[in-house]
Design a protein around this ligand. Structure first.
Ligand SMILES: Nc1ncnc2c1ncn2[C@@H]1O[C@H](COP(=O)(O)OP(=O)(O)O)[C@@H](O)[C@H]1O
Length: 194
């Protein structure tokens, strides 16, 4: 099993880069799987009849959200394992900025289930991230509209990713999403996994 965890601040271009990875690997006829942590949590939440949609999930008691997070990790590992030698990518966050402080996205009991090879941190200059957010009105990302806040969150994402990596012997790779060409980051990510 080869699993890469792809993380980055909202608006940095994670979805765009993962879509580019999908295009490249499909063209090469390679076996791959791209998973989104939130989708797995939502699937379990609906199956267990806790919620009907994504927005209800954030309002669930924290104990239930933790249970969903754990169930999702088990399913993700299972799906990645069943792919054999193919590449698996998991779209999630190294850190989540909350009112109570920075929350690690990959705590010990979760990263130990996932067993990734690499944790990727997608980064761009804060000013560029803000510009991308402004150009993309389809999403609400106003939590991250101040360059200072973005810079601090990116620093904590690095600390958090390395702390998680230490627990399972994964590597941490910073990948720049270059303005105008997301395929540079996509190719770098694929190369780091093979
Ligand atoms: N390398 C890039 N150059 C220019 N624009 C980009 C680049 N990567 C992403 N974008 C644009 O930035 C916006 C946010 O990208 P998205 O992939 O949705 O971010 P995320 O999934 O990290 O929140 C989108 O409008 C996207 O088209």
């Amino acid at each position: 099993m080869k699993l890469g965890i792809v993380t980055g601040i909202p608006g940095v271009g994670k979805t765009t880069i993962l879509n580019t990875i999908k295009e490249i690997l499909s063209r090469e006829n390679s076996k791959f799987l791209i998973m989104n942590y939130g989708d797995y949590m939502l699937k379990t939440a609906i199956e267990m009849k806790y919620v009907n949609n994504r927005d209800e999930m954030r309002k669930l008691p924290l104990s239930i959200q933790r249970q969903l997070q754990l169930e999702a990790a088990k399913s993700i590992y299972k799906d990645a394992s069943s792919l054999g030698e193919g590449l698996s990518f998991l779209d999630t966050h190294a850190v989540v900025r909350t009112l109570g402080g920075y929350l690690p996205g990959l705590p010990k009991h979760i990263i130990e289930i996932l067993q990734p090879q690499v944790i990727f941190l997608i980064e761009s200059d804060p000013e560029i991230i803000i510009k991308r957010q402004e150009n993309d009105k389809s999403r609400a990302r106003t939590d991250y509209s101040d360059p200072q806040v973005i810079r601090e969150t990116m620093d904590f994402a690095r600390y958090s990713a390395m702390a998680s990596a230490v627990l399972v012997g994964a590597s941490v790779k910073v990948v720049r999403n270059v303005e105008g060409d997301p395929s540079i980051a996509a190719i770098q990510i694929i190369k780091s996994m093979t």
